[in-house]
Design a protein around this ligand. Structure first.
Ligand code: GUN
Length: 285
């Protein structure tokens, strides 16, 4: 078998085009505030890409770039101002933050209706309870879209997720449970991981271990989603050994061009949804 490649770049482009049409019909432009603390080169590139993508859709997106040594209270004060600013629909604080700042405190400070990352405890709790009001973290939301786009109904499928982060593994586990999958979440202390993945219909690799998942870890016809971004000698590799696995999987995402472009599209979708929620609520009362 040679796997069908899931073209995340094209699927995300189609989603962004649809979103641009819906945004053009709004009376005002949705506003996304991106907060970046420090000068991590990867974060600077990610945030510029988010800004460019938002602007291309007709949104307004400002990057609030603060110095590395910004005190936690100053960052919390900025978030407070953005929370209270009616023109701001979505707030994203780029992670990781410098060590002297508590990311938990900062994430909790973002108003839940503007939490377009879906990282805050309110939205994470709603997702956990399968409440449709949840703002869902962009990467797992994008992965779910790719899975349903490729294989349709997920009910009864066994999904093995490698990685238990708050950004990917945990919210994805909730999302897939809510779609009636049987979900196994594996992590660094899991014993005999290949034995688990060999039973899976869906394998999601989100552990940050370059090319770890091999062909003999899979059952024939599995769907493989690769969330890894590992830079080695200026080349990008996923957590899956793509060339090896593509002979056995039915569907597989490439790196780059798989999950990554979906994350930005879903962040912008969340910003659009936040705009709608805030404006409908204003109308109601
Ligand atoms: N750092 C890595 N991924 C993300 C993300 O999805 N959102 C934010 N805010 N920071 C990140």
């Amino acid at each position: 078998m040679t796997a069908t490649i899931i073209d995340g770049k094209l699927i995300a482009e189609n989603l962004r085009n649809l979103l641009a049409e819906k945004i053009a019909a709004l009376p005002n432009k949705p506003y996304l505030a991106v907060v970046l603390v420090g000068n991590d080169p990867a974060s600077i590139i990610y945030d510029r890409n988010k800004q460019k993508a938002a602007q291309a859709l007709g949104m307004v997106c400002d990057i609030y770039h603060l110095p590395e040594e910004t005190p936690e209270e100053d960052l919390l004060e900025l978030i407070g101002r953005l929370n209270n600013d009616r023109n701001v629909n979505g707030i994203l604080v780029q992670m990781p933050l410098p060590k002297h700042i508590s990311s938990a405190k900062v994430i909790e400070a973002i108003a839940h209706e503007k939490d377009v990352d879906g990282f805050g405890p309110y939205n994470a709790g709603l997702l956990h309870e399968n409440d449709p009001r949840a703002m869902i973290a962009a990467t797992p939301k994008g992965i779910l879209y790719l899975l349903e786009h490729s294989i349709g109904d997920l009910s009864g499928k066994h999904a093995v997720i490698i990685g238990r982060s708050n950004i990917v593994g945990r919210p994805l586990a909730s999302l897939l449970l809510n779609r009636h999958c049987t979900v196994t979440v594996a992590h660094s202390k899991t014993v005999d991981l290949p034995k688990l993945t060999q039973q899976a219909d869906i394998v999601v690799a989100a552990c940050g271990c370059s090319q770890m998942v091999k062909k003999d870890w899979l059952k024939e016809g599995a769907t493989v989603i690769d969330v890894g971004i590992n830079r080695i000698d200026n080349k990008l590799f996923g957590d899956v050994d793509f060339d090896d696995v593509k002979e056995k999987a039915a569907f597989i995402t490439p790196v780059p061009g798989g999950v990554g472009p979906m994350t930005i599209a879903m962040l912008l979708d969340n910003t659009y949804q936040a705009y709608l929620n805030q404006n409908n609520n204003l109308k109601k009362g």
